[in-house]
Design a binder for this molecule. Structure first.
Ligand SMILES: Nc1nc2c(c(=O)[nH]1)N[C@H]1C(S)=C(S)[C@@H](COP(=O)(O)OP(=O)(O)OC[C@H]3O[C@@H](n4cnc5c(=O)[nH]c(N)nc54)[C@H](O)[C@@H]3O)O[C@H]1N2
Ligand SMILES: Nc1nc2c(c(=O)[nH]1)N[C@H]1C(S)=C(S)[C@@H](COP(=O)(O)OP(=O)(O)OC[C@H]3O[C@@H](n4cnc5c(=O)[nH]c(N)nc54)[C@H](O)[C@@H]3O)O[C@H]1N2
Ligand SMILES: [Mo]
Length: 790
């Protein structure tokens, strides 16, 4: 079977782009893209990063401890750690995340004395975070428009007083970003529930919520089923809607190994992401010397935005047709009938859905031909063990839940769940986003968790579901939200309609940010605002008895690891997230039910409590002290499906009547925009202005567009446009002054960077069931300001 890469007329190959703009004028932001991910480019970037941190020795020492049995868990991503790592796993992403935290730059009270908040609001995301680590708790003074130092205990007392003034606890919103450890998150949700609300918006609502919802329905657990070892044993991987070269670089080693082992790696991605083509592993010394690189995929297809559900439906059709043929001709079965009979429900309805879906609809939504889809289905049918992986390219559409149900159904057909070398793998984003959910950061937590919490605490807790991110935005915009507390993150910049959200923040009576670095969210000050600086994961955290404290996190493969810092804290005033939560909680709900001082001083006590409430943690304190931790029980990976009917369920969703791409075709000049990450950012943290793998340098206000579309709207390379939102809710959305970059993206599909483009993402367009903002299918049009780089 020859390998395929789709490069037809609608999808011109953009390798030619590399030759553009190599002269050195300020305007030439399109340059030579790397030919493979990793390699010397990555090493060079790492070297620069380490020098830039100002603490080269500390940085190197710190890196050697990343993801090692006795080090800290790398805050870079949620990819799993190998069982027998010898030296540290090199990863450009990890280096950036670690040196970002280990910088020698500091944001001291003097800094705030020298700059008003209104001043700082004019700074870029990049400039703000590059000022370095926050050093002292600060309180906003409305009169001077400056942040001023405040003692920890005063901050806690005032925050408690403000929260207790609210007539209804449901007027407060408690956000969590996914770096927060299990211990801090558990304490935080306990405090929030004792305070009286389930308003727990978290970054997961904007991220893998759709995976959680879809997989819970399909297989009874909202998590992936694979472990890292499965990648060594698989025959095929479908890698869909993700860019691991940038966002989970350690995954490239697995993809590459799979290709070397003879497995097929099939990619569906509208863009030809470098890392999904070739990877030079900086850990392979010989290869580095020879300048070689190896393939990370065998077959690459570029569907239209939002077209993946149609592809999987099409492949399902082909599989059923092949099964019918096999039965007619007395050939071996294609479906895994034993698995389906023993473990699955609803195949007849799914077969019917597949039969009813027309090829015309499948080809139009996906942009792939029936032939191409049949080719992929053939790979699936010839493989005994198949893994499907995905990330934001799948989860940030209106029909994300149906799409993930479709992927799961397709995998069930041949029993590809719960056997070695096979399974589902939603690749999580933040390093502990999965763990935060497991320990109770959930606005609609399952009843058993709430029952167990009540039993542990001996008091009733609120049962009404609380706010997710979109509900919180709604409450802010209508003015009913009166307090906002953030455990990390950058809510105001990460959320859709960021311009509106920013405005709403200024009316908020109380805003509290627990953070490591300054960001725009902190500058959208309400009447009372606090910045509470915390220790980062790389830093030593000692309790009052001088005993070093460890925290724990859970990766995408349900592995729970310990993480203990090794660097000295950035400032002697910093406190751990655990201690900060305990401080706010004590000042707000008092210590009658929970001894916050004791828990805040000993993470072992928190872990004991977690294990009492959530028995899956077993003897948590003992297990987590084993090298590399332990795996939480994952029923689906043992074919123990914890669904109401105890079966894995096939989907019952129709394809969307129209995808956004199809809708955009009704109106000349309307495009579908995906908002994604450059190679030099971590969500709202902008490390630098380059996107090396895509060949873009020194600029982020850009739009990637197919050259044919550029001709259609009358703009040349580097032309200047305003990007205007097309959404019929009467709100004007515009991003002004963006440069157009010709790029190999399907016709009608454009791309740009988040968070800059969040002003265009409408909060009213979100995933059915998941409430995830549809930030990969935003309808826009263009106003051409200058047709070339004038
Ligand atoms: N360095 C770095 N690492 C990170 C992060 C970071 O910002 N920087 N963020 C972390 C977080 S929180 C997360 S959630 C993950 C995000 O990891 P990713 O999901 O890889 O992140 P995105 O940059 O949003 O990339 C989306 C990818 O999906 C493709 N895509 C978009 N729409 C579609 C579609 O409709 N169909 C298909 N098939 N593909 C599509 C895009 O072309 C792009 O390659 O990474 C984590 N790791
Ligand atoms: N348009 C668009 N919007 C998106 C996305 C998209 O693809 N497109 N992706 C979405 C996704 S997947 C996600 S996960 C969200 C991310 O949303 P968030 O998680 O809210 O955002 P981050 O940018 O990761 O947060 C960065 C801030 O976290 C703080 N921080 C860093 N480390 C720590 C720590 O150890 N402790 C504490 N307390 N604070 C810390 C720092 O102050 C830093 O400024 O954005 C979402 N928004
Ligand atoms: Mo994420």
């Amino acid at each position: 079977m020859a390998n395929r890469t789709v490069t037809d007329e609608t999808q011109p190959d953009n390798e030619g782009l590399s030759d553009e703009g190599t002269t050195a004028s300020g305007k030439d932001f399109v340059g030579k893209a790397s030919s493979a991910a990793g390699g010397w480019g990555a090493l060079k970037s790492v070297g620069k990063r380490i020098l830039k941190s100002g603490q080269p020795l500390t940085s190197v020492r710190t890196l050697l401890k990343a993801n090692q049995p006795h080090g800290f868990d790398c805050p870079g991503c949620a990819w799993g750690d190998p069982e027998h790592g010898s030296s540290f796993e090199f990863c450009e992403n990890g280096v950036k995340a670690v040196s970002w935290e280990a910088t020698k730059e500091r944001v001291t009270p003097d800094f705030f004395e020298n700059h008003t908040v209104s001043d700082l609001q004019q700074w870029s995301d990049y400039d703000l975070e590059h000022q370095g680590r926050l050093t002292q708790p600060m309180r906003y003074n409305l009169e001077t428009d400056k942040y001023e130092p405040v003692a920890w205990e005063d901050a806690f007392r005032e925050i408690g007083e403000e929260l207790n003034k609210l007539p209804d606890p449901n007027l407060a919103e408690f956000y969590t970003s996914g770096r927060t450890s299990n211990e801090a998150a558990f304490l935080y949700q306990m405090f929030i529930r004792l305070y009286g609300t389930n308003n727990m918006p978290d970054c997961s609502n904007m991220c893998h919520e759709a995976s959680g919802v879809a997989l819970t329905e399909a297989i009874g657990i909202g998590k992936g089923t694979v472990s890292l070892e499965d990648f060594d044993e698989c025959d095929a991987i479908f890698c869909v809607g993700q860019n691991p070269g940038t966002n989970h670089p350690r995954m490239l080693a697995e993809l590459r190994k799979a290709v070397e082992n003879g497995a097929k790696v099939v990619v569906f991605n509208p863009l030809k992401e470098k890392g999904l083509k070739r990877f030079a592993d900086p850990q392979e010394k010989l290869e580095m010397i020879r300048g070689g690189s190896e393939a990370t995929s065998t077959d690459y297809f570029c569907p239209r935005l939002g077209g993946d559900m149609a592809i999987f439906r099409g492949m399902g059709k082909i599989v059923f047709e092949a099964e019918d043929r096999a039965q007619r001709e007395g050939l071996p079965a294609i479906l895994d009938h034993t698995f389906i009979a023993d473990h699955a429900a609803g195949i007849d309805e799914y077969r019917e859905l597949c039969a009813q879906t027309s090829w015309e609809q499948i080809e139009d939504q996906s942009g792939l031909s029936r032939d191409d889809i049949a080719y992929c289905a053939d790979i699936y049918m010839k493989s005994e063990r198949v893994i499907a992986t995905w990330a934001m390219g799948i989860t940030q559409h209106r029909h994300s839940v149906p799409t993930i149900r479709e992927i799961a159904s397709f995998m069930l057909l041949r029993g590809n769940i719960g056997k070695p070398g096979a399974g589902l793998c939603p690749v999580r984003g933040h390093s502990n986003v999965q763990g935060d959910r497991t320990v109770g950061i959930n606005e609609k937590a399952p009843k058993p968790l709430l029952d167990a919490m009540e039993k542990e605490l001996g008091v009733p807790l609120p049962r009404e579901p609380g706010h997710n991110v979109l509900h919180t935005i709604g409450a802010m915009l209508e003015g009913s939200a009166k307090a906002f507390v953030a455990m990390g993150g950058n809510f105001a910049r990460a959320t859709p309609d960021s311009a509106l959200v920013a405005e709403a923040f200024s009316k908020m009576p109380l805003a509290v940010h627990v953070a490591t670095k300054l960001n725009h969210g902190h500058l959208m000050t309400g009447q009372k605002s606090f910045i509470l600086p915390c220790l980062g994961r790389t830093e030593i955290d000692k309790n009052s008895k001088g005993v070093a404290q460890m925290v724990t996190v859970e990766d995408s493969m349900s592995m729970v690891h310990g993480s203990g810092g090794i660097n000295l804290p950035a400032s002697k005033h910093l406190r751990s997230e655990v201690k900060i939560v305990a401080g706010i909680a004590k000042a707000t709900v008092g210590s009658a039910v929970v001894d916050w001082d004791a828990l805040g001083d000993d993470n072992d006590l928190i872990r004991d409590m977690i294990a009492r409430v959530l028995p899956i943690y077993g003897d948590f304190n003992a297990q987590v002290r084993k090298p590399r931790g332990f795996r939480l029980y994952n029923g689906a990976s043992h074919r123990d499906f914890k669904t109401p009917n105890s079966k894995a369920n096939f989907t019952t969703h129709d394809l969307p009547e129209q995808t956004e791409w199809q809708r955009s075709q009704n109106d000349d000049g309307v495009f579908v925009l995906q908002t994604f990450r450059s190679h030099d950012q971590y969500n709202t943290t902008v490390y630098g202005m380059d996107d090396r793998y895509r060949g873009v340098f020194g600029l982020r206000d850009i739009v990637f567009m197919n050259p044919k579309d550029m001709r259609r709207i009358g703009v040349k390379a580097r032309g200047l446009v305003d990007v205007v939102g097309v959404h019929d809710d009467g709100i004007e959305r515009v991003c002004k002054g963006f440069r157009v970059v010709p790029y190999d993206t399907p016709l009608g599909c454009v791309a740009g960077y988040y968070p800059e483009m969040n002003a265009l993402v409408p909060h009213g367009q979100f995933g059915t069931q998941s409430h995830t903002p549809a930030s990969k299918s935003v309808m826009v049009r263009f106003r051409v300001i200058a047709d070339d780089d004038a």
